[in-house]
Design a binder for this molecule. Structure first.
Ligand code: ADP
Length: 172
């Protein structure tokens, strides 16, 4: 058991050649905008079909905020997608423990699936309205507190320079 090393990069997470890409999904698991839309567009229809099955069999009321579930990755270079539902600040979800849970649970399900490398976006820093600096602090401290059997690399893949700077600052 060890703490994964952290990398920070600017780019499009759908092109990452890692074992698992984390998706900032919504509770429906049926796709949405932002990184969720980009992941479904890149992965193709197999991903949506698998998400529908997971939703119907395991989460008929939707995946709760802070939880994570793993699927295949369709046509993306990654092997898996870990779908997690970040807290929505516009809906009053302001507790950092919810965001911490997203990073912790995503890492845990990827680790249990035998993944060695995991790429995360800035969960909740887009449509869900969290300040990217707070997301970065929570993300870095949660990964640094984690202990994994298989995951030895966590790469934060940021879509713009401001987010990349926020994560670099949080990493110190
Ligand atoms: P949320 O609803 O959790 O806020 P969003 O998808 O709206 O999720 O935004 C989360 C973050 O993902 C934002 O910082 C956004 O800029 C970023 N993002 C959007 N598309 C991509 C992509 N293709 N790769 C990596 N990050 C992305």
């Amino acid at each position: 058991m060890a703490t994964p090393r952290i990398e920070i990069t600017l780019g499009d997470i759908t092109t990452e050649d890692v074992d698992a890409v984390v998706n900032a999904a919504n509770s429906s698991l049926l796709g949405g905008g932002g990184v969720d839309g980009a992941i479904h567009a890149a992965a193709g229809p197999d991903l949506l079909a698998e998400c529908r099955r997971v939703r119907a069999s395991d989460y008929p009321d939707g995946l709760p905020t802070g939880r994570a579930v793993i699927t295949g990755a369709g046509r993306m270079p990654a092997r898996h997608v870990v779908h997690t539902v970040g807290p929505n600040r516009h809906a009053g979800q302001t507790d950092p423990a919810l965001l911490e849970s997203c990073f912790r649970e995503s890492l845990q399900v990827a680790d249990e699936a035998g993944c060695r490398s995991v790429a995360f976006p800035a969960i909740s820093a887009g449509v869900y309205g969290w300040d990217v600096h707070e997301v970065a602090r929570v993300a870095v401290r949660t990964v640094q507190a984690a202990s994994c059997e298989n995951v030895d690399l966590v790469r934060f893949v940021l879509f713009d320079k401001r987010s990349e700077d926020a994560f670099q600052l949080a990493l110190g």
